[in-house]
Design a protein around this ligand. Structure first.
Ligand code: SF4
Length: 308
């Protein structure tokens, strides 16, 4: 089957969009827009070797990160809001995006990592399949917000090598308050189960570089420790403690939430350590951990690797 036919079932979903659990049921091929405000086109912000991801992804030469405009979550505090809250990137067709992927490989990147792929998945996968035909060999990393439709994740079987989902909320009310979704934990869990079914719970590495598996990211939010504990409890109860978890400390208030009563400050070391110890006590031992820093850690794409 050629790459066009393999991507066709995914592209059909644009006509009655249920690519994410918001299930807007709009026909994006006719210019109708759902919550993510992106039509059925690729809208890319930038592509670059990214040295700030977890060490098995960034390695020595960088992850091959491709930032796409918009997102299906729209979190109040998004650390990357300049890209994810806007729809103003460059429009590309699938052939052009395949060339971007091949160029990242030529530059030595260890993988191809779209951020955030969810609303643009059909055309990103079409580009991936075309790039594979043209010689793309490096792993494909699906870096998403965790609020995924498990039926769509199932359709990505055998195309994704590494899943890198967030698990933002174990407490549904926090998802409602900060990301306008009432059912985040259920969708995140069911999607994660499907991801683990496809690529396994254990991270497969070669010379320190991830080749296959799952890394779950959890960003600790200020004062929201019960939310974080709930994330670990759910993953232990419904999946496994062997899943690799990246416990992120770098939350920094953006201008949008500078005066927010809960989100207007960074987390402190005691908060981070409470969650780290809670995870260790539950039996999670495959953790990527960070130091808690006083610095402003909003992303700077030439930034130092915060996991060092
Ligand atoms: S991808 Fe966008 S249009 Fe489709 S269901 Fe999600 S938010 Fe709605």
């Amino acid at each position: 089957m050629d790459w066009r036919n393999k991507a066709a079932p995914l592209k059909e979903i644009f006509k009655d969009c249920v690519l994410c659990p918001r299930q807007c049921h709009v026909d994006r091929t006719q210019g109708q827009l759902g919550y993510c405000r992106i039509p059925a086109k690729i809208t890319m912000d930038c592509a670059l070797p990214h040295h700030g991801e977890e060490p098995p992804l960034s390695g020595t030469c960088g992850a091959g990160t491709i930032f796409f405009s918009s997102c299906n979550l729209g979190c109040l505090y998004c650390q990357n809001y300049q890209i994810s809250h806007c729809t103003c990137g460059q429009e590309l067709d699938s052939s052009a995006l395949a060339k971007v992927m091949l160029d990242l490989q030529r530059r030595g990147c260890h993988n191809i990592e779209p951020v955030t792929p969810t609303p643009q998945t059909p055309l990103i996968m079409e580009s991936l399949l075309l790039a594979r035909e043209q010689g793309l060999k490096i792993p494909f990393v699906y870096n998403c917000g965790g609020y995924e439709n498990p039926r769509i994740i199932k359709m990505l079987d055998k195309m994704v090598d590494i899943y890198l989902p967030d698990f933002k909320y174990g407490v549904a009310e926090d998802g409602a308050a900060f990301s306008a979704v009432s059912d985040y934990p259920r969708y995140a869990l069911d999607s994660l189960k499907e991801m683990v079914r496809q690529v396994g719970a254990d991270l497969e590495m070669e010379n320190g570089i991830a080749k296959r598996g799952v890394i779950v990211r959890h960003l600790v939010l200020p004062g929201k420790l019960e939310n974080s504990r709930a994330v670990f409890r759910l993953i232990k109860k419904e999946i496994s403690t062997s899943v690799a978890i990246s416990l992120m400390s770098q939350y920094t208030p953006t201008d949008k939430v500078r005066n927010h009563p809960q989100l207007g400050r960074r987390i402190n070391e005691a908060e981070y350590n409470q969650i780290l110890n809670f995870a260790l006590d539950l039996g999670f031992d495959n953790l990527f951990i960070q130091e808690v820093s006083e610095e402003n850690l909003l992303p700077d794409f030439d930034c130092e690797n915060p996991f060092k």
